[in-house]
Design a protein around this ligand. Structure first.
Ligand SMILES: *Cc1c(COP(=O)(O)O)cnc(C)c1O
Length: 469
């Protein structure tokens, strides 16, 4: 399979190159040259497979000859043994909805599904090409810990994660700083998340430094992350009762449009998803887009579901590319209009295409808290605040519809990752699973450092010139 850039100015690259590249060299996002499809009988067969074999069947269609079958099997297996259930993404019936729990990986958020695989894939490709990579990134919490757990202890990779000192939740902080592998460096910076991002951007802008120290990003736009997330949409279908399988609706708590874009691809590949419902919190650029056809920025604000507090969705360009009829020139014009004016109006024709596949809801903190409380009262099941935005949207759809609908809500984090929000909703924090309870007693390591680009460059030099890998 060849990979192309949405901006059309990168020569088509192999799967391996697409993974190592992350962002395309022309600034666009990489996509497979064509989307593979499965026939109805093939989908029925996929529905009989265990998670790892399903992943193999899907991945091999996107990878082709680039990774030998036996190696791919091994990579997938080692990526998902770290999950606390063989099902990886189990589906549970709660209050007449299906909740798909994507939080059974090492850091208890859905990002593990992709980052456990990406870590192994990086290690495999680097070894094969006899190269090394130093990942650097800034985090406000979830991505940093999932990325660290994805690459800890791996050969030929170091990871440097900047988090704002004292400003990430205690659970998130310990999930990062208790990882003591030699290839993991936690930098607690004086400042906030934006300061961290600025430093990382400035370091990347020094191209000579970037090349010399083999720096790479831990991107939410890496194609492997999208690919890995397609699998659980198919696996939701596998676990639905047969009568509910045709035409089910999936509700996705959304931030950067990565997760829901994977669902859209699953639909394009032939999975009978009727609608994808995009749930946002008060940061509603994407739900406004789905409901009006106008993509327009506004001010970011903090909410109880911090992993969805974004204003610009980094994966959105991939979807726009398809709306632009896969025409890079048209896509570039759309992006330019948006960059120049802060606004993009699709017009009625394209808007109706959007509405064929998506609907959307904005769920504020008050409704989030109410939803957590309500589901807990009714069933004893505790939702995390991100998942609760989706469940609130699902309930609204149920209330408006006269016919019965099958609704699958993706649960993107374990409630124990966000104990303060849960306590607000039900008066007590959720019981911490062993992975979180154990964190209390672990030794931690991080380096407290100024949010200053030169200081952090010096730090990198010191660590990497000393050998490292
Ligand atoms: C990252 C994240 C999201 C948002 O996912 P996107 O792929 O960015 O849309 C939602 N919930 C949780 C818990 C997350 O960590």
């Amino acid at each position: 399979m060849k990979y192309i850039s949405t901006r059309g100015q990168t020569e088509p690259v192999s799967f391996n190159q697409a993974i190592m590249m992350g962002l395309a060299s022309d600034g666009g996002l990489l996509l497979p040259a064509s989307i593979p499809t499965f026939s109805t009988p093939e989908i029925a067969k996929l529905a009989t497979l265990p998670y790892t074999e399903l992943a193999f069947a899907i991945f091999s269609r996107f990878i082709g000859e680039d990774i030998p079958e036996a190696d791919l099997h091994k990579l997938i297996k080692s990526s998902y043994v770290t999950f606390s259930t063989d099902l990886v993404a189990p589906l549970k019936e709660v209050d007449g909805l299906y909740i798909q729990e994507l939080f059974h990986g090492p850091t208890l958020a859905f990002k593990d599904v992709a980052l456990q695989f990406l870590g192994n894939l990086f290690e495999y490709l680097l070894k094969r090409e006899n190269r090394s990579l130093n990942i650097i990134g800034a985090t406000s919490g979830d991505t940093g810990s999932a990325a660290i757990h994805g690459v800890r202890g791996k050969e030929n990779i170091n990871i440097f994660i900047l988090h704002p000192h004292g400003k990430v939740s205690p659970v998130q902080e310990r999930q990062m700083t208790s990882v003591l592998d030699n290839n993991v460096f936690n930098l607690a910076i004086d400042g906030n998340f934006d300061d961290g991002q600025r430093v990382v951007k400035e370091i990347f802008a020094d191209l000579e430094f970037k090349k010399r120290y083999k720096l790479g990003a831990v991107n939410s736009i890496n194609w492997a992350r999208i690919m890995a997330q397609i699998v659980y949409y198919f696996y939701a279908y596998s676990q639905l009762p047969t009568h509910a399988r045709e035409d089910f609706t999936v509700v996705v708590p959304t931030g950067n449009f990565g997760n829901i874009f994977a669902g859209w691809l699953a639909k394009k590949m032939g999975l009978p998803i009727k609608k994808l419902v995009l749930a946002t919190n008060a940061n509603d650029i994407l739900s406004r887009f789905i409901n009006t056809g106008i993509y327009a920025t506004s001010q970011a604000q903090p909410t109880l579901s911090p992993s969805m507090d974004i204003q610009l969705a980094s994966n959105f360009e991939r979807y726009l590319y398809f709306l632009a009829d896969r025409d890079p020139q048209k896509l570039k014009e759309m992006m330019k209009t948006f960059t120049d004016t802060g606004k993009l109006n699709l017009g009625p024709e394209l808007f109706s295409l959007v509405q064929d596949d998506f609907s959307a809801a904005r769920v504020d903190d008050e409704a989030t808290i109410k939803t957590i409380n309500n589901i807990w009262q009714k069933t004893g099941y505790i939702l995390d605040p991100h998942t609760a935005t989706g469940v609130c949207a699902a309930n609204a759809i149920r209330n408006e519809s006269s016919a019965a609908i099958t609704l699958v809500c993706l649960a993107t984090a374990h409630p124990a990752k966000f104990p303060e929000a849960v306590k607000k909703a039900i008066g007590k924090p959720p019981i911490a699973p062993p992975a979180i309870a154990a964190l209390d007693n672990l030794p931690c390591r991080s380096d407290h450092i100024k949010a200053d680009t030169e200081t952090i460059k010096t730090y990198l030099k010191e660590k990497l010139d000393l050998g490292g890998c």
